[in-house]
Write a protein that binds this ligand. Sequence first.
Ligand code: NDP
Length: 300
Amino acid sequence: SNGANVIIGRAVARTIHGELGNEVLSMKKLLPNFTPGLRIVQVGGREDSNVYIRMKIKAAEEIGIEAVHVKLPRTITQVELIDKINDLNDDPRVHGIIVQMPLDCERNIDSHRITDAVSPEKDVDGLHTINEGRLAIGDLGGFLPCTPWGCIELIRRTGVEIAGATAVVLGRSKIVGTPAAEMLKWAHATVTVCHSKTRNIEEITRTADILVVGIGVPEMVKASWIKPGAVVIDCGINVKPDPTKPSGTRLVGDVDYWEAKKVAGHITPVPFGVGPMTVAMLMKNTVRSAAKALDRQLRT
Ligand code: NDP
């Protein structure tokens, strides 16, 4: 057979950007000078972060969101960084704030303190403890973290029912594995979370109707790990040496894509799978936050 249906996240993300662009236009009809505002705070200048930030700013421009890249020096202290975030929390033109991680700083800064300094009302990355707690108890009215939310959207678009399915999540990080497992749980899947101490991991993954992978180990998940016909969502972004490419490298996921594709029913590629959806869901959270602010403005 030709193998799995390939889920092109980039195409879904473009559709979502189009829908969000229309929403922004209708907001401007209600209040002509209104523009959704996003602030992307970066400490230092990691090259991988620069690439992600450029992608976010480009998407925002397409949609009609004003995105400002707030660049801060590597020498900034935790107190100064929190002050800067507080200014953005208080700025009514700002509806979404993200702090690009990891921080590239000389001082000791507790990144968890920084995520929790962002107002939960403007936490469009969905990483504030309050938003995490809301998700954990099934209150879906807070901001959802962008990468796992993108995964759920891609699973929904396959037409495979999540309710009642056996789902396995590989990885338990704050930004990928843990919230992915929570979202699947509240979409009524039966969820197992695996991590570096899990024994017999492939026996567990082989039970999965839906497998979400976020481990950061290039091409670790093999065809033999996958139940025939399963939905396989690969969040991994790993750089692998490839002498046939002009850059000398290429991106691979945490799943051995070409092997897994022969067994899975639906699979996301890397790149152009989950990655673009992360950006799309960030935009969705920002437009949602702006819509709430506009609604408050119109009612006063
Ligand atoms: P982390 O390193 O924070 O977490 C990795 C998780 O995988 C941990 O829970 C770890 O277990 C587990 N793990 C690591 N090695 C193994 C192993 N050999 N077997 C089983 N479990 C293992 O990574 P992130 O969650 O931040 O990222 C995961 C991947 O997703 C990366 O490739 C990253 O680049 C990508 N990513 C992509 C994004 C996107 O926009 N598409 C956004 C964010 C990340 P333990 O807890 O025991 O240490």
